[in-house]
Design a protein around this ligand. Sequence first.
Ligand SMILES: *Cc1c(COP(=O)(O)O)cnc(C)c1O
Length: 455
Amino acid sequence: MSEHTKYLLGEGKIPHAWYNIVADLPSPPPPVLHPGTGQPVGPSDLAPLFPMALIGQEVSAERQVEIPTPVRDIYRLWRPTPLYRARRLEKAIGTTARIFYKYEGVSPAGSHKPNTAVAQAFYNKEEGVAKLSTETGAGQWGSSLAFAGALFGLEVKVYMVKVSYNQKPYRRALMETYGAKCVASPSNETDSGKAILKKHPDSPGSLGIAISEAVEVAAKNPDTKYALGSVLNHVLMHQTVIGLEAIEQMEEAEAYPDVVIGCAGGGSNFAGIAFPFIGKALREKKSVRAIAVEPAACPSLTRGKYAFDFGDTGHLTPLVKMHTLGSEFIPPGFHAGGLRYHGMAPLVSHLKELGLIEARAYHQNPCFEAGVQFARHEGIVPAPETTHAIRAAIDEALKAREEGKSPTILFNLSGHGHFDMQAYSDYFAGKLEDQDYDPKALEASLAHLPKVAAE
Ligand SMILES: *Cc1c(COP(=O)(O)O)cnc(C)c1O
């Protein structure tokens, strides 16, 4: 076993291809359906929203999809990202386990999200698109796409969930620094936004509403396409650079993970670290436990229904089969803004149904406690989203001590929390509640799931 604290790869080790787990699954995921006809959508249905190259990736069954050279060249700005052994944390909690973490916070925007933002901006530019529209919650995705747009000369318009727009002015300033335009959602700029404001003038907004606004803008403007920061198959695939690098780094560390952990909002950073290891397990019978960790106040994987649903509140998107809380579900305003989505990636949901992954949910106070403990021993202040993965990693490590076992645990440190310090201040002031979702609201929201003949 190697003695290093961090494992660094040279730029030559940036992967040349993304990994598509569909090629290794025992059964393919269900198709995406047109809400009007209930039939699978074709490329022409999606063409107003996405460039053809990404539509092709969305339905691809190829195991490897080559990373274009211009994308790989931009990845050089921060990839390969470091893998750390959490030696100080291990010692502090007195565990017999080995804990490793992959650190995606070294990207310019501070999270894993530029891995797909750069790829999406590239393919849009290639196909002559001038403008991108998107939504953002806490602002991590908006700032990542703003960064990617700046590098490729694309105009970027971001609809930011209103509560976060007001809570996180520095994320907004970051988007503007990269040249993007950012508006609070619901806004008066779109029909979907106006409809919500008419009914609820004080609406705090939600990711589902902001997606409706961004999709509407792309659908109505021929020079504009839409970009999504998680959930879709091509987004999850772009994130697999995380796990592919981690496989090499774990080899350098002369270790292999028994458990791989990621927090899960839409599912992309979890898929990014876990899918390459699950793929190895499927091909080489090298077993691994993969754990997706979500907030107890927005528990799509652990409490949602596996059903066809809309991706947005305004019902402009196609229907995807996923673990969902219902597209009208508005989660309480807890601090991990990036985990406040009503659904889960269809691929992550499919793997859950196949029994290939586990899921668990935590309240926010125990997560912040783990985040603070991590910062005091490892130095990095994690994003509120990431603290969910750290909570699970520490719990697995403590369980190992009780059971007298010494497993190897790997988690994805999806981003740093430098723009989220208000959340930490609130935590230290004892102002954070361990909110639960409202079971009545969930029941009502699930009662409105679209009826699909195929089910
Ligand atoms: C957006 C975000 C997440 C959650 O999104 P996924 O699609 O589930 O990865 C997690 N961590 C950070 C730091 C984020 O910015």
